[in-house]
Design a protein around this ligand. Structure first.
Ligand code: C5P
Length: 397
């Protein structure tokens, strides 16, 4: 497992276990996560912000109303940035602040301002943990789907023995990884097309488009994390293959079609993110075309619509198409859903600074009797949201 492309907001509150969070920061970053640390005032009595700055490679935030930091990344932005908010150690006092919805320091404000999942690793004296007041607060948090991991039992820094020790960093890492590895598509085979195609004009020139492949690659990674076996059929892009993904490189639409049909009958789900060239030159010149005539006419032929062909199979997989549109997003997407007989379509606006070759995007997803909108965020986060929606719809059909 890994935490590649995951953004973790690591909250540190004031307990002696905070020294172990230094090791946790190392483990999280080594597993590939981007970590941003927020410390409460209490935490700084045990460990300095500089420790976490050195380990996370990012400035540490400690104050809610800090003009310098707010100018770089405001607290609302930081709350949205997080894929996961992990608080370790979480003291009894912090648990109480969260349960009562306070926003009187940066960390509690971030928790309140974020729609991201929250995971707490409590650490405190065993009597404080077992106290009814703490247990009542824990129950409130559990009801709100906040994950409480630990505490473990054993020797405590104060000399007591009992429940209240923070889980070991290695164990917290493992639980953070498990959080992203949902298993929602365990045992399923998913085929994804990604990137542009290249349609040769002559040995040195081709017709292509601006697709970067980023969305398809992010989906491949999210599908692996959901437990699927993933085949990625990709046009030429400048991206590394996500771990555990079988990658097949192609150039033309026809080569992409051939690669798709080789194993489509063994796929449970087909996601077409590739920006397949709609047309190709009738013939590719054998030699480089010389600059001679004033006008040069290229004759083009339509390419096969791979997605429509897959959806038209006798026993089609669950098919998901993409629709990049510059106008009338919903109307065009709905029309494509019907015309190509898809199970689902994910539409995204493309314009000068959105869509192709960007790291962020937004999606409007439609299926026969529903729709869901995912606001602008990283393609990695969007991919996880879309994969979880696909899993939900796949299992309900
Ligand atoms: O009709 P349009 O090209 O907008 O449809 C986009 C969807 O169809 C995308 O999912 C794309 O991957 C897929 N497609 C395809 N083969 C084509 C053209 C588009 O699979 N020749």
């Amino acid at each position: 497992m890994s935490l590649e492309n995951k953004q973790i907001l690591l909250g540190v509150t004031g307990g002696i276990a905070a020294y172990k969070t230094a090791e946790l920061t190392r483990l999280l970053t080594r597993a590939g996560a981007s970590v941003r640390v927020v410390m409460t005032r209490g935490a700084q009595a045990f460990v300095t912000p500089l420790t976490f700055q050195a380990l996370s490679g990012e400035p540490v935030r400690t104050e809610l109303l800090d003009p310098k930091h707010e100018a770089a990344m405001g607290h609302i932005e930081l709350a949205r940035w997080a894929d996961l908010i992990l608080v370790a150690p979480a003291t009894a006092s912090f648990i109480e602040r969260l349960a009562t919805g306070r926003a009187d320091d940066l960390l509690s404000t971030l928790c309140l301002a974020s729609a991201s999942p929250i995971m707490l690793a409590p650490a405190m004296n065993q009597q404080m943990w077992q106290q009814q007041a703490t247990q009542d607060n824990v129950q409130i948090l559990l009801k709100r789907d906040i994950k409480i991991i630990g505490p473990a039992e054993g020797d405590q820094a104060c000399g007591d023995v009992g429940p209240g020790r923070m889980l070991e960093p290695q164990k917290i890492l493992q639980l953070a990884e498990q959080h992203f590895h949902t298993g929602a598509l365990a045992g399923k085979r998913i085929m994804i097309t990604a990137g542009p195609t290249r349609e040769p004009i002559d040995p040195v020139r081709f017709l292509s488009n601006r697709s970067s492949g980023k969305m398809g690659y992010a989906l491949a990674q999210a599908a692996v994390e959901a437990g699927a076996t993933v085949t990625l059929i990709t046009g030429p892009v400048n991206l590394t293959t996500p771990r555990s993904v079988k990658r097949i490189n192609v150039e033309t639409a026809e080569a992409m079609r051939a690669a798709v049909f080789e194993t489509i009958d063994r796929s449970d789900i087909f996601i077409a993110t590739a920006a397949v060239s709609d047309y190709r030159p009738v013939t590719a010149a054998e030699q480089k075309i010389k600059k001679s005539a004033e006008h040069l006419t290229l004759e083009l032929l339509p390419n096969p619509d791979i997605l429509a062909e897959v959806a038209a199979l006798e026993k089609p997989p669950f098919t998901v198409g993409f629709a990049a549109e510059t106008e009338s997003l919903e109307k065009h997407a709905q029309a494509k859903l019907q015309r190509k007989k898809l199970n689902m379509i994910a539409a995204n606006p493309v314009n000068d600074n959105q869509g192709f070759d960007q790291d962020e995007n937004q999606l409007a997803v439609f299926w026969s009797d529903g729709e869901q909108r995912f606001p602008l965020t990283t393609k990695y986060k969007l991919a996880r949201q879309l994969i979880s929606l696909i899993a939900e719809q796949y299992h309900s059909t």
